[in-house]
Design a protein around this ligand. Structure first.
Ligand code: 5GP
Length: 171
């Protein structure tokens, strides 16, 4: 399937460095846990934590959306839970791409119920939120390119996660 690189690795690296500094400046002091959403955000999370110059712990939440891989139903199955409680900790949730925001809304409700001191969201890519369905994103890497994108952790039928840049996948 033809791939077309739309965000090159160097542009991602520059933006990740900026995001790390922004996150460090804006998040309250105190214990921080960065929670990456598996599997799409694994590479972004790995790069982002190295750009946040403060003490933190890293954890992961494994999720699987039901239904068609390219259309979100908002019904999310947790395939692997956090390794440690987040009560009283500042939490930064790291997502790969936010489309309708349904997946994110579900995850935020789940984490909020566990009593974190604060809860912020950083998404690598975000599509414009449809009216009435907006989820507040605190930090965004890039506006999502048109079409279905893969690479830098994001998959198309489990492939392409290892591409270093963001690519549009043309069917
Ligand atoms: P939402 O619930 O916000 O509509 O969908 C978010 C989830 O759908 C993302 O975490 C991701 O798993 C998947 N997704 C949405 N758009 C894309 C895309 O362009 N490429 C890939 N690889 N996944 C996408």
């Amino acid at each position: 399937m033809p791939l077309h690189e739309v965000i090159p690795p160097a542009a991602i690296a520059r933006r990740v460095a900026e995001l790390g500094a922004e996150i460090d400046a804006r998040l309250p002091g105190g214990p921080l846990t960065v929670v990456g959403v598996l599997r799409g955000a694994f590479i972004f999370t790995a790069d982002l934590v190295r750009a946040i110059p403060r003490e933190l712990t890293v954890d992961f939440l494994g999720v699987r959306s039901y239904g068609d891989a390219t259309v979100s139903s908002g019904v999310v199955e947790i395939t692997s839970d956090l390794g440690a409680p987040i009560a009283g900790r500042h939490v930064l949730l790291v997502e790969d791409i936010v489309d309708t925001g349904l997946t994110l809304r579900y995850l935020l409700d789940l984490l909020r119920a566990r009593g974190p001191a604060s809860l912020h969201v950083c998404a690598l890519l975000a599509k414009p939120a449809p009216a009435g369905n907006a989820v507040a994103l605190d930090f965004v890497g890039f506006p999502a390119p048109d079409g279905f994108v893969v690479g830098y952790g994001l998959d198309g039928r489990q492939l392409y996660r290892n591409l270093p840049g963001i690519n549009r996948l043309a069917e």
